[in-house]
Design a protein around this ligand. Structure first.
Ligand code: HEC
Length: 122
């Protein structure tokens, strides 16, 4: 019995913040918070997001990234996206995205939505 409680506690403690996201809520949050600078299929102030999960950071051809992000060597996964949205400058010093999301649930929702975006087809 005690062992079961310990296992449950560990499972909760190791449950990553981004795992409880809701993609539908995330789509709305994305449009409200990210839409001024980003879209899924077109570069704006920020690069397009199609296929962002699994994509190398700073790799959209023709987008004028900071050297810091282009040379970061990161490949976006949910855990890294959570750190990026929490504080991009802490993850990649010298980057150029002047925006962060303080609420962990909103980050989780947005990441759940980003995970649904297939790579762009040309
Ligand atoms: C004020 C404009 C602005 C807002 C708002 C903004 N971004 Fe960005 N974003 C940028 C810029 C500019 C870059 C490129 C940064 C660089 O080159 O260092 C970027 C880069 C990124 C990247 C890296 C993309 C890649 O190709 O490596 C991700 C992921 C990202 N943004 C996600 C988001 C999400 C999700 C939101 C909404 C919560 C958001 N951004 C809101 C401007 C913005």
């Amino acid at each position: 019995m005690r062992r079961a409680i310990v296992a449950v506690t560990l499972a909760i403690a190791s449950h990553p913040a981004w795992a409880g996201g809701d993609a539908q809520r995330g789509k709305l949050a994305y449009e409200a918070r990210c839409g001024a600078c980003h879209s899924v299929d077109t570069d704006r102030v920020g690069p397009r997001h199609a296929g962002i999960v699994g994509r190398r950071a700073g790799s959209v051809p023709g987008f004028a990234y900071s050297d810091a992000l282009r040379n970061s060597g990161l490949v976006w996964n949910p855990a890294l996206l959570d750190r990026w949205l929490t504080n991009p400058e802490a993850l990649v010093p010298g980057q150029r995205m002047g925006y962060q999301v303080a609420d962990p649930q909103v980050r989780a929702d947005i990441i759940a939505y980003l995970r649904t975006l297939p790579p762009q087809r040309h």
